[in-house]
Design a protein around this ligand. Structure first.
Ligand code: PLP
Length: 467
């Protein structure tokens, strides 16, 4: 059952098939270059693309745009304290701004930072501060995702492997590890959740190393929902209670409000009230002023602070989070029923498709993930994103395509359309009509190529050469 009805609508349309094909060609077979007007169901990201509630829109009007001492900041502070348990806040324009503030204050040249899996911007900010990001996922989870089999610990496949953190400390010295980080949910590992028990063990290992324990809380409410559903110890708890319990282990949280803050822009760092963290708070506050803006707005308008204050409270409401995660699970099930090889169990914010298995005729060097992304647009105006060898050159990541659902935005008929689009792509695949792709032009930084590289179908070049 849906928990919402629409009050404000955004018109969308599905362009004709030949128009979609022309759009794709014009975009250089790179969906980041498509105009959003030509996209029918946009599953590029769940970040900042959701729908605000009537309470959030009403709160916008109360935005206090004062440079200093804004009452909107007080309201945000109160919400973060109530929902997440942190009173010392440094606001930022979005998650990566908060990461810059926090990791710049924590990490020095030559340090190592373990994380269950670094999200791309987290990795970049740790590196930028002179540190070495070290991913410590459970091997079984990674193998499960790579092989398409469900790994062990399927309920909490996002967990941190705390033994890997201990091994890292034995190798490089505990003094070189300023922070231990856990990302809830584990975005770079197919959005898999992390258990409360795992967070407690991560806290213990951080204490052993005398390191700051940080939680990347972007999707803390979705994670708490999974804990309540999957861990019998929390079966009778509310999502709000689980979230508070899980976050209470952390010394600091770093947050992109564009996810479980239910807003289109915004973020913050939260720092615990332990006096041992006073120095960290002072440094973070200073960096906040330097890079984001004064401490009571930090790169956000007063109205944005208000919207996030309301959004954080809504994110832990039972009907919201059940509706949200349920929708993602449903899309995963619909695709699995149609023999689309999806990563199981489905994560909290997105469905991940194994493109190499779906398009087995396309060799890795012809980017099967990107080919699938292009076909989804051509066949149904659906936009997903490749997270395989095109996005991450020179790594041996599996050829995944991510379909991320914006929050409170699409309905069952949109999901049905996505599933039908996969059926059409499968028909074209079976008829041998899908070509792999090759890069025509790419930017200097290979890591950024999935945003702007230009590609073309290999079959097109072969046809031209044959002429
Ligand atoms: C786990 C995680 N951390 C940090 C970020 C960065 O947040 P933002 O996009 O708001 O800069 C993201 C964004 O997707 C994320 O998923």
């Amino acid at each position: 059952m849906r928990a919402y009805k629409s009050k404000v609508v955004s018109p969308i349309q599905l362009p004709e098939r030949d128009e979609r094909a022309a759009n794709l060609e014009r975009a250089g077979y790179n969906v980041f270059e498509l105009d959003s007007e030509g996209v029918y169901v946009d599953l590029l990201t769940d970040s900042g693309t959701g729908t605000m509630s009537e309470s959030q829109w009403a709160a916008l009007m109360k935005g206090d745009e004062s440079y200093a001492g804004s009452t909107s900041f007080e309201r945000l502070q109160e919400a973060i304290s109530d929902v997440m348990g942190f009173e010392r806040i440094v606001p930022a324009h979005q998650g990566r701004g908060a990461e810059n503030v926090l990791y710049g204050a924590l990490v020095s040249e030559g340090d190592y930072v373990p994380n269950n899996t670094h999200f791309d911007t987290t990795r970049a900010h740790v590196t930028n501060a002179g540190g070495e990001p070290v991913d410590c996922p459970l091997d079984a989870s990674v193998e499960g995702i790579e092989s398409g089999e469900e790994g062990e610990n399927r309920n909490f496949a996002g967990d941190l492997d705390v033994e890997k953190v201990r091994e890292l400390a034995a190798e490089v010295g505990a003094e070189r590890i300023p922070a231990v980080v856990v990302t809830l949910t584990n975005n770079s590992l197919a959005g898999q959740p992390v258990s409360v028990e795992n967070v407690r063990r991560a806290r213990e290992v951080a204490d052993e190393l005398d390191a700051v324990f940080v939680i990347d809380a972007c999707r803390f409410a979705e994670n708490a929902f999974f804990v309540r559903e999957r861990d019998p110890a929390f079966a009778d708890a509310s999502v709000a209670e689980v979230a508070r319990e899980q976050l209470s282990s952390a010394d600091a949280v770093v947050m992109s409000g564009k996810k479980d803050g239910l807003v289109n822009v915004g973020g913050f760092v939260g720092i615990g009230d332990d006096p041992a963290l006073d120095g960290l708070y002072d440094r973070a506050r200073e960096r906040g002023i330097l890079f984001e803006g004064f401490t009571t707005y930090g790169g956000m308008a007063g109205r944005d602070l208000e919207a996030m204050a309301v959004g954080l409270r809504e994110a832990v409401e039972e009907r919201y989070v059940a509706d949200r995660v349920g929708q993602v699970q449903r899309l995963g099930d619909m695709l699995a029923e149609r023999d689309v090889p999806v990563v199981r169990p489905t994560g909290g914010h997105a469905v991940y498709v194994d493109a190499a298995a779906f398009l087995p005729e396309i060799p890795a060097e012809q980017f099967p993930g990107q080919a699938l992304v292009c076909e989804l647009y051509r066949e149904g105006g659906v936009r997903g994103v490749e997270l395989g060898s095109f996005a991450f050159p020179d790594t041996d990541r599996p050829e995944l395509v991510r379909l991320a659902l914006p929050r409170r935005t699409y309905g069952a008929d949109h999901l049905e359309h996505v599933a039908e689009t996969f059926e059409s792509v499968a028909e074209r695949r079976d008829a041998g009509e899908i070509s792999g792709l090759e890069i025509v032009e790419e930017p200097g930084m290979a890591e950024l190529r999935h945003f702007s590289a230009e590609l073309r179908p290999v079959a097109e070049r072969e046809a031209t050469t044959a002429d």
